[in-house]
Design a protein around this ligand. Structure first.
Ligand SMILES: O=C(CNCCc1c[nH]c2ccccc12)Nc1scc(-c2ccccc2)c1C(=O)NCc1ccccc1
Length: 326
């Protein structure tokens, strides 16, 4: 049985985390993304004008799936598309011998400009993979039958290298016990229900966050508008139309944000929520908590995930998420 571990290196402001992946003879840095299900990469088929500075997958080592294509658009209107190959993919020693690899023939500007990232490795459910005419499986679904345990874990850190493991849980990476909650995979996401929240830790938990997804591919924590408003009222933040989101003072006074999941309280330190200065040297920061208006559910992105050890587990038949304090 296979198991393995791979580093997750943070970009500036922990905007995304990148992990080394070998595809055929190419060594790429991919953004592991539990909020999507396509493994796509800059390739020899991506126009040079769009792939300056990126490592590229050389599809010569792959077997082309004739007539297959893919096209994905994310909520921020970024996206990519192209052709499909099968090839050998190795992540932390875990090998998928015939993994669908989606070679980009076109990528949006925001991906071209993020030169550290050579593509994405989707870890949501394969039901939302975009390959046509026949949907393909994610790396996790491809290797799942060969794994010691049918699960992967995510340990993202604030401004420090974290890791993903496949096939085992590393109990040295968390404190206390793991709290498991059921996952509704009907929309293809690691979707769960989050409970009451509290700002600054002292007052009683209020309201309820509701439906949420665990999403390593989204940088911030998107919460219901009412919850977000309550947070920034205490944090001394304001909605800045020009920035298109809440901003708050960077000066370190931001209150913690706590949320109950499976009856256990998990806390995001205020320092994670003073996310990044608006411009270098500014004393006003863009907020790490933003409203989830129009999305349809809350997104527990990296700002939340770097405060916990997360276990994405399908070993019990129906999928579940485990969270433990880091
Ligand atoms: O797509 C993913 C995970 N892959 C992200 C890959 C990626 C897309 N730009 C990237 C840029 C860098 C690295 C990875 C990515 N998660 C989900 S579920 C629902 C939404 C959504 C739907 C409608 C409206 C809003 C969100 C998103 C979403 O668009 N998140 C990204 C985002 C969310 C908000 C703002 C910006 C981006």
């Amino acid at each position: 049985a296979q198991s393995g571990e791979v580093a997750a290196d943070p970009q500036q402001y922990d905007q995304a985390y990148l992990s080394p992946v070998t595809i055929g003879n190419s060594e790429l840095m991919l953004d592991f993304d539990t909020g999507s299900a396509d493994l796509w990469a800059f390739s020899n088929e991506t126009p040079a004008s769009q792939s300056q500075g990126h490592e590229r997958y050389d599809s010569a080592t792959g077997t082309e799936l004739d007539g297959y294509s893919w096209s994905i658009t994310y909520g921020d209107q970024s996206g990519a598309g192209g052709n499909v190959y099968t090839d050998k993919v190795v992540v932390g020693g875990v090998t998928a011998t015939r993994q669908a690899v989606e070679a980009a023939t076109s990528v949006s500007a925001s991906f071209s400009q993020n030169i550290d990232s050579d593509g994405l490795l989707g870890l949501a459910f394969s039901s939302i993979n975009t390959v046509q005419p026949r949907q393909q499986t994610t790396f996790f679904d491809t290797v799942r039958p060969t794994l010691a345990k049918a699960l992967f874990t995510c340990d993202l850190r604030q401004g420090d290298a974290g890791s993903y493991t496949f096939g085992y849980i590393d109990s040295s990476k968390y404190q206390g016990t793991v709290t498991y909650v059921p996952v509704d995979d009907s929309q293809g996401f690691w979707q769960f229900t989050a409970g009451g929240y509290s700002v600054g830790g002292d007052n009683a938990t209020s309201g309820s966050v509701g439906t949420a997804i665990a999403d390593t591919g989204t940088s911030l924590l998107y919460l219901p508008a009412a919850v977000t408003k309550a947070y920034y009222e205490q944090a001394g933040g304001r909605y800045d139309n020009q920035q298109g989101g809440y901003t708050l003072p960077c000066n370190g006074g931001a209150p913690d944000f706590s949320v109950a999941i499976g009856g256990k309280t998990f806390t995001v330190p205020g320092s994670y929520i003073a996310y990044a200065p608006l411009t270098t040297g500014s004393s006003t920061c863009f907020g790490g908590i933003q409203p989830d208006t129009g999305i349809g559910f809350s997104i527990f992105g990296d700002v939340f995930l770097k405060a916990v050890y997360a276990i994405f587990d399908v070993s019990q038949g129906s999928p579940r998420l485990g969270f433990a304090a880091q």
